[in-house]
Design a protein around this ligand. Structure first.
Ligand code: PEP
Length: 250
């Protein structure tokens, strides 16, 4: 039975004191008894402090992005060892905002996935179709290409350190959520692709999160679908109460 995993992507929100307040609220509401994995992904500037605050709690730390080189002349970028040095266990790779606003393509995302895994970070690997692609009826084709390219040369052992987040771009930050049936259909397709590339065992162990306007009101029905193993939450993770309520649904 796969464990559910709820991750909060804070995006470019929360300065240091706001980050301290948010994570403190999450920790105190959560207690020590969580049945699912809980990950918070604050901005880089808050990682170190949040890491201190989550010590001895069930909350795990993730970053929102990472460069694929170890070091060098890459102004404004951040490396795997920098993230690990401030306590990150996870890193989000290939978020649609990175793909669309910052021009990240499948090749870069594949390099990032491989570098993160090689360095011992776990990856939340984001994929998903745009509204035009859904309307054109090519959702499966798009998602398949993102999986094949993004996971190129990722070994079955490394796959165990990947969570796939299916995030239809049209549902991110828009208030429009995929119906549980729409999401389940794509999640099941994704699991099938992983079985084709790797094995049945790999596909059955893989955690696949849904992301796109997950809120306390819709979390339970989404999370009750057989192939939805958690949620990557944007807007609704910025208030401790709503994030805690989504965790409770899981
Ligand atoms: C996200 O950024 O990964 C996301 C799912 O955002 P939101 O929940 O706000 O749609």
């Amino acid at each position: 039975m796969r464990k559910k995993v709820i991750a909060g992507n804070w995006k470019m929100n929360n300065d240091l004191s706001e980050s301290q307040n948010l994570v403190s609220g999450i920790i105190s509401g959560l207690g020590n008894d969580t049945k699912c994995d809980v990950i918070v992904c604050p901005p880089f500037t808050s990682l170190s402090e949040v890491n201190t605050l989550i010590k001895d709690t069930p909350v795990k730390l993730g970053a929102q992005n990472m460069h694929y080189e170890d070091s060098g002349a890459f102004t404004g970028e951040i490396s795997n060892s920098m993230l690990k040095s401030v306590g990150c266990e996870y890193v989000i790779i290939g978020h649609s905002e990175r793909r669309t606003i910052f021009g990240e393509n499948d090749e870069m995302i594949n390099k990032k996935n491989k570098k993160a895994l090689e360095s011992g970070l776990k990856v939340i690997f984001c994929i998903g179709e745009s509204l035009e692609q859904r309307e054109e009826g090519i959702t499966n084709e798009v998602v398949k290409k993102q999986i094949v390219n993004g996971l190129m040369n990722v070994t079955p052992d490394d796959l165990m350190n990947i969570i796939i987040a299916y995030e239809p771009v049209w549902a991110i930050g828009t208030g429009k959520t995929a119906t549980p049936e729409q999401a389940q259909e794509v999640h099941s397709f994704i699991r099938g692709q992983i079985e084709n590339i790797y094995s049945k065992e790999s596909s059955e162990n893989l955690q696949i999160q849904y992301g796109g306007s997950v809120k306390p009101e819709n979390a339970a029905t989404l999370l009750s679908q057989p192939d939805i193993d958690g949620a990557l939450v944007g807007g609704a993770c910025l208030k401790a109460d709503s994030f805690l309520s989504i965790i409770a649904s899981a």
